[in-house]
Write a protein that binds this ligand. Structure first.
Ligand code: DHB
Length: 501
């Protein structure tokens, strides 16, 4: 099956963003009023059907942008709504608004377009599957794709302009812009559904968890965001790389005792991302640090007091076993059972026990060994400040900083600084999932493939548990054999959204 969004190609698409020019001083304030008459007619073809839309591209979402190309939105509206017609079950008043962000790797992102192919090229003789945006339009959604600042952006004066929390501030500004224009713009701003993959999945989840939180008010004011609410109706997140300050510890819990890893080194040459597999081995000192991180994860989980869907407290014993591991194993078993039920061959999976077509059990340690460790140690807060996340947590004057006490303690970069607690919190969906002062989206769909090693399976499992603890509607599944990717099950995704309407 084709994977519609692939990490390497996402970065390739966003890599062209060095062009995201910074704002010169004393530029005029942007008008945030949507003008329905300024559009370009476009036609997209989805499964042989032609969909006529009005395209509004590159609209500013804030009055005082710092990086105007990124702090903008593309809006696509089915032409039928301007003739007073319905599309499927929706009208101009009731159409849900699909809000896909294009962020990958916490890099800068431009607003997306329905004809953009995010995945690998189609096999010879086949045509590319339609994008999520095109499918949404065919189903009668209004599509609004926001851009966002990212970790590599730098102004002419040398200041970094896209460090945390810039990306989430921009997505919130986009939601405020939509609400500000409710009534001028077809679509129901009380039915905004966010979508994203990986870093974009983390931002989608963060957007949904942190609705109207006062934590972001100063940044939103500074860029001239519209005066409106920023809570949303539903979240779709594929492999969200979230809870970054606990993700190192979660990674060591999952891959405990596995010394070998095969990481992907990403470099950029002439705006082309190059990915090279680098094999490595944790030495004895690193394995000791790995055990220290696992112990920190166990303490973290046991302090959360979260429950699984059946009300069982999620805990871990000193060896890393316990109800959280059983819960994640049950999610893996459910995924394997669905694959068996549709006829997949699951032989050659020594971590699965199957009898008469039924999955009997999962050996979690053997699963982790078979999936394979992909990241070095620590996975996210690099001791030499070498990761993308270190760069995400820089500030205007500093490219890279730590964001965990562990990596500050063990760090090897001379004079390394640590991001402040508010900035770290502002990037963590898990924090807002249990913050009653934020208005969380009522509906959640989380997907994380069983072959995705970019973060521990505990990360989406704990996020889902925290959201359920708040009484929210959460659908979490681990799609069988999926690697780190998204938008691969659009029929199911849109089926889920339509059942909510
Ligand atoms: C992404 C992947 C990662 O492994 C990571 O640490 C951050 C972001 C991504 O694909 O967006």
């Amino acid at each position: 099956m084709t994977t519609r969004r692939d990490f390497s190609l996402m970065l390739l698409a966003t890599g062209a963003l060095a062009a995201c020019a910074s704002e010169p001083a004393a530029a005029p304030m942007r008008d945030l009023t949507f003008d329905p008459d300024r559009f370009v007619p476009k036609v997209f073809t989805v499964d042989g059907r032609r969909i006529a839309v009005r395209a509004y591209e590159g609209l500013p979402v804030v009055a005082r942008p710092v990086e105007p190309a990124c702090q903008a939105i593309n809006v696509y509206i089915p032409e039928a709504y301007f003739r007073g017609e319905a599309v499927g079950r929706y009208t101009a008043r009731t159409a849900p608004i699909f809000l896909p962000n294009q962020v990958g790797g916490y890099m800068p992102a431009l607003p997306g377009r329905p004809d953009e192919r995010m995945g690998p090229p189609p096999a010879p003789g086949t045509s590319a599957p339609p994008s999520a945006m095109a499918v949404a339009l065919a189903r009668g959604f209004v599509v609004a794709s926001p851009g966002a600042r990212g970790r590599t952006l730098r102004a002419a004066d040398g200041r970094w302009t896209g460090k945390a929390p810039a990306a989430i501030v921009d997505l919130k500004a986009a939601v405020r812009w939509l609400r500000h224009n409710a009534g001028r713009l077809p679509g129901d701003t009380e039915r905004i559904v966010s979508n994203g993959t990986s870093a974009g999945g983390a931002l989608s989840a963060l957007l949904g968890a942190s609705g109207n939180s006062a934590d972001f008010e100063a940044e939103l004011q500074a860029i001239g965001a519209a005066p409106a609410r920023d809570d949303i109706f539903a979240v779709s997140a594929y492999c969200p790389i979230t809870n970054l300050e606990h993700a190192d510890a979660a990674y060591e819990w999952q891959f405990q005792g596995l010394a070998e890893y095969r990481s992907i080194a990403i470099s950029m040459l002439d705006f082309k991302v190059e990915r090279k597999e680098v094999a490595g081995r944790l030495d004895a000192d690193q394995l000791a640090l790995s055990r220290e991180l696992q112990a920190a994860f166990i303490a973290y989980v046991n302090g959360l007091g979260l429950h699984d869907g059946a009300g069982r407290l999620l805990q871990l014993d000193a060896s890393g076993r316990g109800s959280l591991r059983d819960h994640v194993s049950a999610l893996l078993a459910a995924s394997a059972q669905r694959a068996l039920d549709r006829g997949d061959d699951l032989s050659g999976r020594p971590w699965l026990s199957i009898e008469s077509g039924r999955v009997q059990g999962v050996d979690f340690t053997a699963y982790a060994a078979a999936a394979g460790r992909m990241k070095a140690l620590p996975a996210f807060d690099g001791l030499a400040l070498e990761t993308g996340e270190n760069q995400l947590f820089g500030d205007a004057r500093t490219d890279q900083r730590h964001f965990t006490a562990f990596s500050v303690r063990h760090g090897r970069a001379a004079g390394a600084a640590r991001a402040d607690a508010l900035t770290v919190r502002q990037m963590n969906a898990m924090h807002y999932a249990s913050d009653p002062s934020a208005r969380a989206a009522p509906h959640w769909r989380l997907r994380h493939g069983t072959m995705d090693r970019d973060t521990s399976l505990a990360i989406p499992a704990l996020l889902a548990a925290a959201l359920r603890e708040r009484g929210l509607d959460v659908d979490l599944a681990l799609p069988w054999d999926r690697p780190h990717s998204g938008d691969y099950d659009l029929d199911e995704l849109f089926g889920w959204i339509e059942r909510l309407m």
